[in-house]
Design a protein around this ligand. Structure first.
Ligand SMILES: [Zn+2]
Length: 424
């Protein structure tokens, strides 16, 4: 397909270049900035809209193979495109887990056949994600795995993680850890504080995350390895990362949009749609996290898209699984709650959600420049999106935005010479 689209008078936000308002032409799968409109092209009015590179989610649970009742690669790609994402990294906590080269190979092959956008594959750190023996790290890398992670579980045994970090350093594989000292978090269901006491729910104490983060980064420092920390949710976690960064440790950090948007008060009357791990925290943590996204201590935003069937997610609060979907909603939700009120800029969003994750994984970073390949989303802040089941696109509906309306919509998603989403 070779569509030709001229977007007139649009605000172009592209990492590394100054934001400008201009006319932009997609033709032959490449960008150009024509002085005059060519004949016979489709013209889209970009006035008031933002054109930014396609988003990249380096943390999505796609559930295929094994749990296709909650998501498939096909449905996850549709949810991603609806939310302006043009690339994903699939987490390896499938059934069976992606812990060997053969699984990486076959999942990549399935994804290239059934997904509408490029999907990278992450492998496990440990065999079966059991935290005991190392997975086939070299073999997975040679078959195309872009990183290793046991998410949503931590590597409980520090000596096992140490060996993984040493091994990964030699191969230059990215190790991404989820930090949670299970002896502390135990059977906790939400943030440990006044709201959990009022609801009578077991708490997840912030020490479980904070001690885990300090431990994992210290191990990486001692091994001389790089490390990526997932799901930062507290102010103290931010300060630990800030300190190690200032010491020159190669640590990168990732936060999820829901921790920037909600606090533990959102759990309200035992609403399981807000049951996530790490849990939603108090306002002081939310504000510290937002500041860290602005100042770069948090390098990357990722959705932690975690689909669950309605049956699973509507159990009682204590036994419902952790996690919410996020692919279709992340961009409009961040716009609605943060960008439209000036709390976050488009430039920072494009860096944290488009450029930084691709750079970290060694993927091409799309830009909107004369002659560069087309990979972009046109966002209309004036359009509203109501997140019906249909609009969420995912096979699962466990989103706190279900049946809510948010300001803003990804009205065009363009990849190569193709229009992937067209709501103009
Ligand atoms: Zn996750």
């Amino acid at each position: 397909m070779d569509e030709r689209v001229l977007i007139r008078n649009v605000k172009v936000v592209s990492p590394g270049t100054e934001t400008t308002v201009r006319d932009v032409l997609m033709a032959g799968g490449r960008w150009s900035f024509p002085v005059q409109a060519p004949e016979g092209v489709r013209v889209v009015d970009g006035t008031g809209k933002i054109l930014l590179p396609g988003l990249y989610d380096m943390h999505a649970h796609l559930r295929e193979p094994g749990r296709e009742d909650s998501e498939t690669i096909t449905t996850a790609c549709e949810a991603a495109l609806a939310g302006g994402f043009t690339g994903l990294t699939a987490m390896p906590d499938t059934v069976p887990a992606v812990d060997n080269g053969g699984m990486v190979h076959s999942l990549r092959e399935i994804a290239s056949r059934t997904g509408r956008i490029p999907i990278e594959v992450a492998g496990c750190i440990t065999r079966g994600r059991l935290g005991q023996e190392l997975a086939e790290i070299g073999e997975m890398q040679s078959r195309g795995a872009v990183m290793i992670t046991d998410d949503p579980d931590p590597v409980a045994n520090p000596q096992v993680l140490r060996r993984a970090l040493q091994y990964a350093r030699g191969l230059d594989v990215l190790v991404a850890t989820t930090c949670d000292v299970r002896e502390i978090s135990g059977a906790g269901a939400m943030h440990d504080g006044p709201v959990s006491y009022r609801l009578g729910l077991p708490g997840l104490h912030p020490c479980a995350e904070e001690i885990g983060i300090a431990r994992d980064i210290r191990l990486a420092q001692s091994c001389g390895s790089r490390i990526h920390i997932r799901g930062i949710s507290t102010a103290r976690s931010v300060e630990t990362i800030r300190r190690y960064k200032s010491e020159g440790v190669a640590v990168t950090a990732e936060a999820f949009p829901h921790h920037l948007l909600f606090t533990d008060e959102a759990v309200g009357d035992y609403d399981t749609l807000y049951k996530v791990k790490p849990p939603l925290r108090p306002e002081s943590d939310r504000l510290a996290l937002l500041q860290a996204v602005r100042d770069g201590v948090i390098d990357i935003l990722a959705t932690d898209h975690t689909p669950h069937t309605w049956f699973e997610k509507t159990r009682d609060f204590g036994s419902a699984p952790f996690g919410m979907t996020g692919l279709a909603t992340a961009l409009p939700a961040i716009h609605h709650h943060l960008i439209s009120s000036g709390l976050l800029s488009w430039e920072i969003l494009a860096e944290r959600f488009c450029a930084a994750p691709r750079r970290l994984l060694g993927l091409d970073v799309p830009v909107i420049a004369e002659g560069s390949a087309v990979n972009a989303v046109l966002f209309d802040p004036a359009a509203a999106t109501t997140f019906t089941e249909e609009a969420l696109k995912s096979r699962s509906q466990n989103s706190p935005f279900l049946n809510q309306t948010l300001r803003g919509s990804a009205v065009l998603v363009l990849l190569g010479g193709e229009i992937m989403v067209d709501r103009c």
